[in-house]
Design a protein around this ligand. Structure first.
Ligand SMILES: CC(C)(COP(=O)([O-])OP(=O)(O)OC[C@H]1O[C@@H](n2cnc3c(N)ncnc32)[C@H](O)[C@@H]1OP(=O)(O)O)[C@@H](O)C(=O)NCCC(=O)NCCSC(=O)C[C@@H](O)C[N+](C)(C)C
Length: 286
């Protein structure tokens, strides 16, 4: 997907400035509902930013009244028509499809730079799956989160039930999943799902961009190490994670960024860091 053209995306708009990539869900007229191409465009965009741009942090926001209404309802109608044929093969196709959809949001976790999400209005169904895979979440006071899947007769399948229990208390996850009720912004803040609640989208984006700028000012290698370690620690024991940390540091602890950070502080200037490695020649993802 290295030839992906950002200007031709159907569901997203992308801008990159001062080491900050801003991805916006750009179908406000359809409540940013998730149509099939969205699931391809999002991971391809994130991977291209990671591999081919000077961005060091990604901000995801959306245009319009709602952050996202989740899966476009027309997809369910289409799926009803597609899922025909011999049960074993049909089940295997379904399994592969769910794994592919999961992969779309896994991209937010595997990208080397932090992903900050700024939300307003409804964050529904698949959108909850998506924002759970980000590094940090921010929202406006009118935001509400809904694990809608249960209400429409299915189990959420692209990350909410796996990641949300690491973000907020188990009992609350279970209540939200079993009931499908809305969780408002204040409750999201109190439970730790979002870091901050803002009066409106403008003040939210201004603050999130400030946080992004702080991240982008640091060594991208140091920040990537933080993300790698925090992700790894979530899924392993402390002993395993400490062991991995030591091995990581054996290779990644190098003097240039440390010298640059110290030199810049002494000279009261902004540090200038080398970008992370881009594609290895001849090994580009097709
Ligand atoms: C989003 C919402 C809170 C907005 O409320 P509102 O009061 O501002 O607007 P509205 O009048 O309810 O909706 C405006 C229009 O937007 C349409 N709309 C709302 N949600 C839509 C959606 N998801 N897809 C297509 N159209 C959607 C409405 O039908 C309606 O169409 P109309 O103007 O032609 O009547 C409200 O419409 C709502 O709850 N919609 C239902 C959303 C919904 O069920 N989404 C699916 C969630 S489940 C999900 O995402 C599953 C997925 O993760 C699993 N998997 C990956 C395998 C597929």
């Amino acid at each position: 997907m290295s030839d992906l053209d950002f200007s031709k995306l159907e569901t997203l708009s992308v801008s990159i400035d001062q080491h900050i990539a801003h991805i916006q869900l750009s179908r406000p007229e359809a409540l940013n509902s998730m149509i099939p191409i969205f699931w391809h465009e999002l991971p391809a965009t994130v991977r291209k930013i990671d591999e081919q741009s000077a961005a060091r942090v990604i901000v995801i926001s959306s245009q319009g009244k709602h952050f996202s209404a989740g899966m476009d309802l027309s997809v369910f109608t289409q799926m009803g028509q597609d899922f025909v044929g011999e049960p074993g093969r049909r089940a295997e196709r379904m399994r592969r499809m769910v794994l592919e959809l999961q992969d779309s949001f896994n991209a937010l976790e595997s990208v080397r730079m932090p992903v900050l999400v700024a939300m307003q209005g409804g964050v529904i169904g698949g959108a909850v799956d998506m924002v759970c895979a980000a590094d940090s979440r921010y929202c406006t006071q009118d935001t509400f989160f809904t694990i809608k899947e249960t209400e429409i007769g299915m189990t959420a399948d692209v990350g909410t039930l796996q990641r949300l229990p690491h973000l907020i208390p188990q009992g609350l996850v279970r209540e939200l999943a079993y009931t499908g009720r809305n969780m408002g912004a204040q409750e999201a803040k109190e439970s730790g799902l979002v870091n901050q609640v803002f009066a409106d989208q403008e003040s939210m984006l201004a603050e999130v961009m400030k946080i992004a700028a702080q991240i982008a000012g640091h060594s991208p290698l140091a920040v990537a190490g933080c993300k790698e370690m925090i992700n790894y620690t979530r899924d392993h024991t402390v002993a395993d994670a400490l062991n991995y940390m030591a091995t990581w540091q054996t290779g990644m602890f190098q003097m240039p960024d440390i010298q640059e950070a110290m030199g810049a502080a002494k000279e009261r200037r902004k540090p200038v860091y080398q970008e992370l490695h881009k594609n290895i020649s001849g090994m580009q993802r097709k």
